[in-house]
Design a protein around this ligand. Structure first.
Ligand code: PEP
Ligand code: MN
Length: 476
């Protein structure tokens, strides 16, 4: 059948059907690569378990469990990202820094889906091109840490490494292999609810009441946003009136939503990596549609790059100030020797004050290596802009986030390159973790609802703010 390519729903004509057929993949498993070739390479951020026998049991169970996603969905995303690389689509990727098992519950899932959908509508309106939505959800549990231990109440304890490794509670910091199974089942439950929401009308946001702009403090800004929302909801309403949304492929009732996470715990990732078309068809990580390599684990000859180079999934690489421009070409070539457009997404995260010093050289290195128009460039304006508030809260200033984003857009334009997306840490809930935005959250307000166990996230209002600002930038 031709409809087996859908992700969480039937693809809609405007937002998901690739202009060209899903590209037939080149030679599948690269030379020298196997499901465990990464185990022969130096590894960083590795987890040490006490109970090795239990690890063996858990990994066998994970290998036995069914995939969470399937290969045609992944091929579909790769085709959409090819269009991002070609400048025909925009990528919106976002979600928690560290997803907790506790977030696997109706409200947090619905709220995150809602904010991502609304942002994508605003972005589509602004840029007039379809948006690819990729959630940092249903598996974003593992966290790399700068130090293996931390001091809490004067005592040195193991760092919290994410819910799939240990617990945030200091009494629960030993690495527990059973948490890997917990990660699988919480991912499955999250994904199951996401899929059912997007296939049953949750994506229909044409009611102006689903847009709450009351938080916007400045009158002119609110009028500005309201005008965009009115035009959006009018257009959506019109489509409903003329019946354009009555077929199953309507963009109003259903949308594509993909899931992603950092591929940090390679034992887990390898268990979810399968060869659904046999060895000649290549290896797919069927635990997510998209996985990425973090800024701390992208060593050219390291275990993470080795594991990732064998995947058919589209993959991401975080690129920060510590990435020498001279090494970038070799890294991309290792991950994408066939130069497949959309295969590799570079997620840049320098900081508002450093982007000018690094991004132009990185763009030049990509061009020199022959990957211009092949890689997707996306901006993560979060990780280079983390700071401590006077209260001690880890926070980020909205203005710096927006400055890195607009500076990145400008630099890409100047260099004849294309910034194809944004990568954000956000939540659909009304948390107080980042300062600023149209709600003008002050540093003194941070304790009001500070929830994160890892990095500070944009709340619902601040996330929408980013979408409005990017949309207006494109409109110009
Ligand atoms: C993250 O995305 O949460 C993260 C740890 O980012 P980076 O690898 O860029 O530091
Ligand atoms: Mn983070």
């Amino acid at each position: 059948s031709t409809s087996s390519q859908s992700t969480m729903s039937s693809p809609s004509p405007a937002s998901s059907r690739p202009s060209s057929a899903v590209p037939s993949a080149p030679a599948r498993v690269p030379a020298g690569w196997s499901l465990d070739s990464w185990t022969t390479k130096p590894i960083v951020q590795d987890v040490q378990y006490e109970n090795k026998a239990q690890v063996t049991k858990v990994l066998a169970k994970l290998r036995h469990l069914p995939p969470l996603v399937c290969a045609p969905e992944i091929d579909q995303l790769r085709a959409q990202l090819k269009e991002v690389a070609e400048g025909k689509r925009f990528l919106l990727q976002g979600g928690d820094c560290a997803e907790l098992f506790d977030y696997c519950s109706a409200d947090p899932i619905e709220n995150k889906l809602k904010v991502l959908l609304q942002m994508s509508l605003v972005l589509t309106w602004g840029s007039r091109i379809p948006v690819v939505r990729v959630a940092r959800m249903a598996g974003q549990y593992a966290k790399p840490r700068s130090k293996p231990t931390e001091i809490i109440d004067g005592k040195e304890v193991l760092s919290f490494r994410g819910d799939n490794v240990n617990g945030f509670d200091v009494a629960d910091r030993a690495a527990d292999p059973d948490r890997l199974l917990g990660a699988y089942f919480h991912s499955a439950a999250t994904l199951n609810y996401l899929r059912s929401l997007v296939s049953s009308g949750f994506a229909d946001l044409h009611h102006p009441s689903s847009w709450d702009l009351n938080h916007v403090k400045k009158h002119e800004v609110r009028q500005d946003y309201q005008a965009i929302v009115n035009r959006l909801t009018d257009a959506l309403h019109y489509m409903k009136t003329i019946g354009a949304d009555t077929n199953a492929a309507s963009p109003l009732s259903t949308v594509d939503m993909f899931v992603s996470h950092e591929a940090l715990l390679l034992e887990y990732e390898a268990c979810l990596t399968r060869m659904p078309h046999g060895p000649a068809g290549g290896a797919y990580n069927l635990g997510a549609h998209f996985v990425w390599i973090g800024d701390r684990t992208r060593q050219l000859d390291g275990a993470h790059v080795e594991y990732m180079r064998g995947l058919r999934n589209p993959i991401g690489v975080k690129v920060g100030p510590s990435m020498p421009a001279a090494d970038l070409g070799a890294l991309i070539a290792r991950l994408d020797p066939e130069k497949e457009p959309g295969k590799v997404t570079l997620i840049t995260r320098y900081g508002a004050d450093k982007v000018r010093a690094h991004l132009p050289a990185h763009i030049a290195a990509v061009k020199a290596a022959g990957y211009d128009g092949v890689v997707v460039w996306t901006c993560d304006p979060m990780h280079g802009n983390t700071e401590s508030a006077p209260s001690g809260h880890k926070t980020r200033q909205f203005d710096k986030i927006v400055r890195e984003l607009s500076e990145s857009l400008r630099i890409h334009k100047e260099c004849g390159s294309y910034l194809g997306g944004v990568h954000l840490e956000l939540t659909g809930d009304r948390v107080t973790e980042c300062t600023g935005g149209s709600m003008e959250l002050a540093a003194k307000d941070l304790p009001v609802n500070y929830q994160t166990y890892c990095d500070p996230r944009l709340n619902y209002e601040q996330a929408l703010d980013v979408a409005f600002l990017v949309a207006k930038y494109h409109e110009r």
